[in-house]
Design a binder for this molecule. Sequence first.
Ligand code: CP
Ligand code: NVA
Length: 302
Amino acid sequence: MKDFLSISSCDAEELLEFLDLSDKLKKFCKEGKQDSCLAGKSLVMLFEKPSLRTRMSFQIAMTQLGGNAIYVKPEDIGGIGKREPIKDMARVLDRYAEGIMARTFAHETVIELAKFADIPVINALTDWSHPCQAMADIMTIREHFGKLKGIKIAYIGDGNNVARSLAFACAKLGMKMTVASPKGYELDEKSIARTNEIMALTTVQTNNPRDAVKDADVIYTDTWVSMGQEDEKQKRIADFQGFAVDGSLLALSPDAKIMHCLPAYRGLEITDEAMESENSIIFDQAENRLHFQRALLKKLLS
Ligand code: CP
Ligand code: NVA
């Protein structure tokens, strides 16, 4: 594997190898041990959108592995694909660094970078997918349940980048996912069909959040307004009424673990009560971004 762009193009064995390595490096790190496998290596981090977790976890993972991460804002380089073609940028960075990670609007941007750079390219979120998030999520689920096969996730909210990557991960690893979204905000049919081709009946779409949470092991949500959709904020908030992860929804599946990729908008897609519930594993998820990132960098860059 050269790049990490989408979970749909990895096979189950590769994903499990990443998860096992993430667990191993987490334990290693908690024991205070050092691994300098990326000494002298650099990761260029291109961001078209804001980030706390992704930026910090990649930067800290690089430092912990003895390497260096360089954060680049679009204005620093005159915009991705604006001052110069993406294919030129990719071939220049490839002569300087050992890896590129990019958070972009268009998914095609990370594909173009990967096509023209000989060094690994990592998708740090696009409008279409968020594979690093899904891997940290799956790692967290495996830690809490001791298994993946048969685990049922109820994803409540927008059929967006986070939902799509999670659905692909579920299909590859033998889990089930029900996506409950308002009409017009469902996960696209092509992605659902792809997950069901990988494993029959993995993904079910409904417009009823109450149906989705029945027998769920995990209740997952994400913002109703993703980065780049700020102009639609008022309409989205109105359209998503009834889809909040709140006490009445949680009461239908009282033992389910609660997950959110963060940042969370309390009072919209999730209540403060749900965030702070003893069933919440949200901050374990956030922590595991670091441990998965470390495994990914070690595997792709060393
Ligand atoms: N979950 C996540 O990707 O967070 P950031 O946008 O802060 O990186
Ligand atoms: N769906 C959200 C995820 C943020 C981590 C977004 O794209 O903004």
